[in-house]
Design a protein around this ligand. Sequence first.
Ligand code: NFE
Length: 476
Amino acid sequence: MPVITASIDPVTRIEGHLKVDVKVDTVNGVQQVVDVHAIGTLFRGFEKILEHRDPRDAPIVTSRICGVCPTSHAMAAVLSLDQACGVAAPEPARLMRNLVHGACYLESHILHFYLLSLPDYIKGPSMAPWLPGWDPGLRLDRAAEGGFLGHYLAAIEVRRKAHEMGAIYGGKLPHTPAFIAGGITAVSSADDKSQFGAYLDELIAFIEGSYIPDVERLASLYPEYFSIGRGYGHLLSFGAYELNNAGTSKLFAPGRVVSGTPEVQAMNASAISEHIVHSWYHPSTNDVHPAVGDTIPQYPKLEAYSWLKSPRYAGLPYECGPLARMAVNGDYSHGVSVMDRHRARAWEARKLALAMKDWLSQLAVDVSAYTPAAIPTTGAGMGLTEAPRGALGHWLSIASQKIAHYQVITPTCWNISPRDSAHQMGPLEKALMGTPVANADQPIEVLRVIHSVDPCLDCATHVMRAEPTKNRREEI
Ligand code: NFE
């Protein structure tokens, strides 16, 4: 049988613009994916927008990278600013930052399962957004399907409540304006705490009563997806949610799982570099650390096929996200697959929500949550955190009290990256290899693998200005 080429363009039910080209052939009697290219088709990003601005703009501007993980970008930006300014946020700020960031995670995980992934498995009503759609090959009876659909609708309401909860200390969501160098603008009242706690209890009830049982039910209906979509099996976490003011203890610890080795290994950010041999960027920026990397587009370019760069850790492609965090922390050891990703994400939601209850109870009321922070004439900072989709890093340097250089590496760059200088596939590309495809006209199995890593291309692509200018502020 001839090789079939299928192009999923655009991949829907994700953030941003992604195209996935697959080749399908019959190997050992099974029709399956034999080649993959994951293509970030949108050219945007924020690094160049930030140059020459006041460093205090960084959390505000970078949170506009995305509407799904804006708080994570604000968090990475203020962590890099704290470091550059040489300040430590006081305890109430640490707790409120964690609570707002946690609200963002809970909203994002619930969104991902119900609104972005579930339609790959259940047939909704004959109306938008369910149509047009591929046939999921129904395995549920009507009652079970009705249960999922009821929770799909409930999830829309629950997401709104997660945003309202985060806005109590974030001021508004998405795109909180409250995260500042040295702390957070909020001062918690006793009323704020009780309101936040009421929302959190509702979310915990939904996670424990609907989200986790629904994931387990889906997993029992589609058990073969525990052996589909594995990929390399290398897992990376930068760590997030400081448990002390020194930042030495985190709810999600940093670390790495290297496939085939039992011990969790240390994560050292100096081992990170970005490759651009297969990306539309200038060769001078290949295989460099983000603290000195740059965003110089070059299009067209031989061998390039994506606007995403390829971050690598010591030259290896790593998957990041909830499964990586849970594995690094010893909270999940079942495996690496489509269903393991869904399950780890749901379990992580519960772990985080319960930790948020603790942080809320520790939060002092009516006290300032800010340490005065002065922008240095020159300086540098690195903000490493975890966004809902995985490891997020911001690298900042300051000259003449302005941003001289800024680089962002997002989780989706790790997960959806194209091939690197050594022509190693990105983690999603690798995970798609060997995926069985029943009907190459409607490769829904491919879509299930893609959605399991929860791509966000808005976060992952980069932008330029046509003409470099000395002072961006004077331009606008
Ligand atoms: Ni646009 Fe994001 C998350 C970040 S993914 S959603 O989570 O950072 O690259």
